[in-house]
Design a binder for this molecule. Structure first.
Ligand SMILES: *Cc1c(COP(=O)(O)O)cnc(C)c1O
Length: 226
């Protein structure tokens, strides 16, 4: 486990190798399974961005915690839960199908919202994982840009786990390249890249991540049995 300032320092150090300054990188403290008390500890140290992956946790935590927390939804989105998810979170990281994209746009329109979405890319082409394949990205991004009630802000990936964090670097590089390619092909600005977790966030930042999702390094290991 590391302290908030240690994680921030590591992000800052990684930024020296990039065009980003440290305040251009958002640290998402992934608080899934963790109690409000621990979230408040980080809040009191200045942390304002937190990530959850289950609606049932988000809808309990969000109303009980300070209103200036920016909640990011990083889990799989079930279509019947969209309305509630966008009620609590203006940032959705795991948009992984065309159906979901269209459904979010429709519900957001009804709710008069315009959530920020990341398109999830199945960067290592794993059968077990969701996300768009790179061949489909241009078409899906074009479609997403035509929708009025969502804001496509970037790409997200969850690379396959590796023994050595350095081995994840090619996947981060690949996502970064895909973003640049889309920007050129579609003549758009796609400002954000959501990549990097506790074991490899420093490498992700070196490769251009603007949003790192860090859980266990800040909160300790998760216990799913309680
Ligand atoms: C849980 C989770 C994280 C955080 O993982 P750690 O290894 O604990 O940092 C990041 N991204 C997603 C999508 C997650 O579900």
């Amino acid at each position: 486990m590391a302290t908030l300032s240690q994680v921030q320092a590591r992000i800052s150090e990684a930024c020296t190798l990039t065009a980003h300054t440290v305040d251009e990188v958002s640290l998402i403290a992934v608080s899934k399974t963790k109690p409000n008390e621990q979230i408040l500890n980080l809040y009191n140290e200045g942390q304002r961005i937190f990530g959850e992956n289950k609606l049932q946790e988000l809808e309990v935590k969000s109303p009980a915690l300070p209103a200036d927390i920016e909640w990011h939804y990083i889990g799989k989105v079930q279509r019947n839960k969209i309305r509630k998810i966008i009620q609590y979170s203006n940032w959705i990281h795991g948009v992984d199908s065309e159906k979901l994209l269209l459904a979010i746009d429709r519900v957001a329109g009804e709710e008069e919202k315009k959530p920020n979405l990341f398109l999830q890319v199945n960067i290592d082409q794993e059968e077990s994982k969701g996300g768009f394949i790179k061949e489909d990205l241009q078409e899906i991004a074009e479609q997403a840009l035509s929708l009025a009630h969502i804001n496509i802000v970037g790409l997200m990936c969850i690379p396959s786990p590796q023994e050595n964090a350095e081995l994840v670097r090619p996947s981060f590089k690949a996502l970064s390249g895909l973003r640049r390619k889309l920007e050129l092909e579609l003549d758009i600005s796609l400002p954000f890249l959501s990549m990097g977790m506790s074991a490899d966030y420093h490498i992700a930042v070196e490769e251009g991540a603007t949003h790192v999702r860090v859980g266990s390094a800040l909160f300790g290991a998760r216990n799913y049995t309680v």
